[in-house]
Design a binder for this molecule. Structure first.
Ligand SMILES: O=C(N[C@H]1CCCN(c2cc(-c3ccncc3)n[nH]2)C1)c1cc2ccccc2[nH]1
Length: 252
C-alpha cells in the first residue's frame, strides 16, 4: 500500500520506516512511503510555508500555495486514494476505519503545523479529516504515523503470524487478554508471582476459553461501551453472554 504524506518535517517519518514491523513492511514493499515537503514547492527566497492569520490572533497559518503545489506533484506521481487531513476535528480512527483504509491501494495524508492550514486548501482538497483522539498535539505527523502503523499491521504478510492481525485487540471488538512469558515464576520484591495454571496446561481448548473469558471480563470492566458495540454487532456468543452474566453476578 502506497502512502503519500505532505509534511514540513519528513525526517520524523524515520521513526516509522526505521524500526520494527513497519521497517520490515517498508523494506519488503508492503508499505510504500513517499514524503512531499511543501517547503520544496515554495517560490520565494525564504521558502515560506506559513504566514500571519487574517483577522489577527496568535501564531501562523500554513499557506495554501506550497501545500497545493506539493499535493499536485504527489497526484502527478499517481493519484492514490483519498486525501486525509489529520485533525482533532476529524472522525475517530477506529479499528473498523483502519480495516477500511487497509483495503485501499493508497492514501494521501496531510500533516498540518503551526495553528493550522488555510481553510481554502482544506475545502478544495481534503476528502476526510481523521482524529486519533480529542486532544491537540504539535503537528499531524505523529497522528499520521499512528494511522500508517495501524493500517500497515493489517496488510498481508506484514505481521509474522496471520493470526496476530485478526486476534489482536479490537479485531473482534474486545480488549486483549493478559499475556505472560518466561520466567514461570517472576520474583517481584521477593515474592514469586506465577502464571495462570491453565496457560501451563497444554490444553489449547481450555486456554482459548480462558483467554476469551479474560477478554470479556477486561472489556466489561474497562470499556463497557465496547461490550455494547460487540453485542449490537452480534459478535458475542451465548457462551460469552453467560460469562458476562456470571462475572456480573459474582461482582455483586
Ligand atoms: O489541524 C489542526 N491543527 C494543525 C496545526 C496544529 C497541529 N496539528 C494537529 C493535528 C492534531 C491531531 C490530529 C489527529 N488527531 C488528533 C490531533 N493535533 N494537532 C495540525 C487543528 C487543531 C485543532 C484544534 C481544535 C479543533 C480542530 C483543530 N484542528
Amino acid at each position: 500500500m502506497r502512502f503519500d504524506v505532505l509534511t514540513i518535517f519528513p525526517e520524523m517519518f524515520s521513526a516509522l520506516t526505521g524500526s520494527g514491523i513497519t521497517r520490515r513492511a517498508a523494506e519488503t514493499g508492503a508499505l510504500q512511503l513517499k514524503l512531499w515537503n511543501p517547503r520544496d514547492f515554495t517560490q520565494d527566497a525564504y521558502r515560506r510555508v506559513d504566514d500571519r492569520p487574517f483577522g489577527g490572533g496568535p501564531g501562523m497559518v500554513m499557506l495554501a500555495a506550497p501545500l497545493q503545489a506539493a499535493l499536485d506533484a504527489a497526484m502527478a506521481d499517481g493519484k492514490r486514494g483519498p486525501v486525509l487531513l489529520m485533525s482533532p476535528a476529524g472522525g475517530p480512527l477506529t479499528h473498523r476505519k483502519v480495516m477500511q483504509l487497509s483495503q485501499l491501494e493508497g492514501l494521501t495524508l496531510i500533516c498540518g503545523r503551526y495553528e493550522g492550514i488555510d481553510e481554502r486548501f482544506i475545502a478544495r482538497n481534503v476528502d476526510e479529516e481523521v482524529s486519533i483522539g480529542d486532544f491537540v498535539v504539535s503537528g499531524g505527523e505523529l497522528p499520521a504515523m499512528m494511522l500508517m502503523d495501524a493500517v500497515a499491521r493489517q496488510l498481508p504478510g506484514v505481521l509474522n503470524t496471520e493470526g496476530s492481525a485478526t486476534e489482536e485487540s479490537f479485531a473482534d471488538g474486545l480488549l486483549d487478554c493478559p499475556q505472560f512469558t518466561r520466567p514461570e515464576v517472576l520474583d517481584v520484591d521477593g515474592v514469586g508471582e506465577g502464571v495462570p495454571a491453565v496457560l501451563m496446561s497444554g490444553n489449547h481448548a481450555e486456554i482459548a476459553k480462558w483467554r476469551r473469558e479474560q477478554q470479556l471480563i477486561r472489556t466489561l470492566s474497562r470499556r463497557p461501551d465496547l461490550i455494547e458495540s460487540a453485542r449490537a454487532a452480534g459478535t458475542l456468543s451465548a457462551r460469552d453472554e453467560a460469562t458476562l452474566r456470571r462475572y456480573i453476578s459474582d461482582a455483586l
